[in-house]
Write a protein that binds this ligand. Structure first.
Ligand code: KG4
Ligand code: ZN
Length: 374
């Protein structure tokens, strides 16, 4: 059994307590190219259904918002129905509905939020418009149990690379550092495109990196050294990485030379994993955090997972890495954050709440006006 499986098994044993008296929350996700519905009760996952429109975007090399929105409109009802059926529940047995209100693609968010509001109105249920990024942190509770107050979170997805301090998942999350330009996922996807991999290219780089030489090319480590490193101890920059690797590849392509794809992937992946894990561990040491939560689609990356587990072990930090199906966008993460809000007695969102495609990372959900001051 791997180190990862071992950690995950011993932690899931902590969740074997009875959750039957806890509220049941339906979570709906539609920020990008996944239409998803999850159902949780306390820390227990009852259903998790995901329909992806990724195949429809692959030939364009990136997500086309119009196509994604249409796919959400088609999949919304079937996905919610399947989640309820898998949990053996009907809508009347749900205690609350949560939906991602941002950040994400505006048209996609509008489909999920409107659908969720209609369900809430029809079934007389409270609704919570939640922050998708905070959902990526919250979902780890399904695997590892409650989040201690000294926790840091590293969120790495297609659009975000951020370090957050989680004082209270339902009420107080603060930004410690963030990317000043490209996110790690974005950088991987762009290099992958240049290497001829389909969208999204992150998983292809991961696979090829496993057999390549990580020292084959020198990849810059943005904001780690000198004054820039001192000024931005917990911020990230991946645009220099992207440009340097792209230039290296393009020069060889133009000269008609063969590009050593595995070595390019390994050098890129190891450099990015090193920067992300190094900054996260430094932030844990500075904040005396003994738990680091990792979330977002990029947290499925093997090189990052290994670097974090190794550095976490050396530093005495428990690294909470979600199982791969909980790393990428899903409804369980939305339901879990909804469950935290319900359990902490937070007031539900007003039915006229808006979507927020650029929702700030310290805004946990669309609270009623009187509750906005956090
Ligand atoms: O969180 P997510 O599912 O969607 C956003 O909210 O952005 O993250 C998607 C990102 C993509 O950039 C994808 O290439 C990347 O996560 N990704 C990976 C891996 N799996 C997904 N990147 C590197 N290695 C992976 N194994
Ligand atoms: Zn995401």
């Amino acid at each position: 059994m791997s180190q990862e499986e071992n950690a995950s098994q011993s932690q899931s044993q902590r969740l074997d307590q009875d959750q039957s008296g806890k509220p049941i929350v339906l979570g709906i996700e539609s920020t990008c190219d996944e239409t998803a519905a999850g159902i949780v009760q306390g820390g227990k996952l009852l259903a998790n259904v995901v329909a992806s429109s990724m195949d429809l975007h692959a030939r364009f090399g990136g997500v086309i918002p119009e196509i994604a929105s249409r796919a959400h409109a088609e999949a919304f009802i079937p996905v919610v129905r399947r989640a309820l059926a898998n949990a053996n529940l009907d809508l009347s047995q749900i205690d609350a509905i949560a939906v991602s209100a941002g950040p994400g693609l505006a048209g996609c968010l509008a489909v999920g939020v409107s659908g969720a509001k209609s369900l809430a109105l029809a079934a007389h249920k409270p609704i919570y418009g939640i922050n998708h990024v905070i959902g990526h942190i919250s979902v780890t509770q399904l695997q590892f149990g409650t989040i201690p107050p000294d926790t840091l979170a590293l969120i790495v997805s297609g659009g975000h690379t951020s370090l957050l301090r989680v004082h209270d998942i339902a009420q107080d999350v603060r930004v410690v550092g963030t990317t000043l330009d490209d996110a790690a996922g974005e950088c991987f996807d762009k290099i992958a495109r240049l290497l001829g991999f389909p969208y999204p290219g992150g998983p292809y780089i991961d696979r090829h990196a496993r057999v390549g030489n990580p020292n084959a090319l020198k990849v810059p480590e943005g904001l780690t050294k000198g004054n820039a490193g001192k000024k931005h101890p917990y911020d990230f920059s991946f645009s220099g990485v992207k440009t340097a690797v792209a230039r290296w590849v393009e020069e060889r392509q133009q000269d008609g030379q063969q590009v050593p794809v595995d070595d390019v992937c390994a050098s890129l992946a190891h450099s990015v994993a090193d920067v992300l894990s190094g900054k996260a561990m430094r932030a844990c040491a500075a904040d005396h955090s003994s738990v680091l939560i990792v979330g977002g689609g990029f947290s499925a990356n093997s090189q990052l997972r290994r670097a974090l587990l190794e550095k976490g072990k050396a530093a005495g930090v428990e690294v909470r890495l979600p199982r791969r199906e909980l790393c990428t966008d899903n409804g369980a993460m939305v339901a879990m954050l909804g469950s935290n809000l319900v359990e902490e007695g937070m007031p539900s969102s007003p039915l006229d709440f808006s979507i927020d495609s650029a929702m700030a990372l310290n805004k946990i959900y669309m609270a009623p006006k009187a509750h906005v001051a956090q």
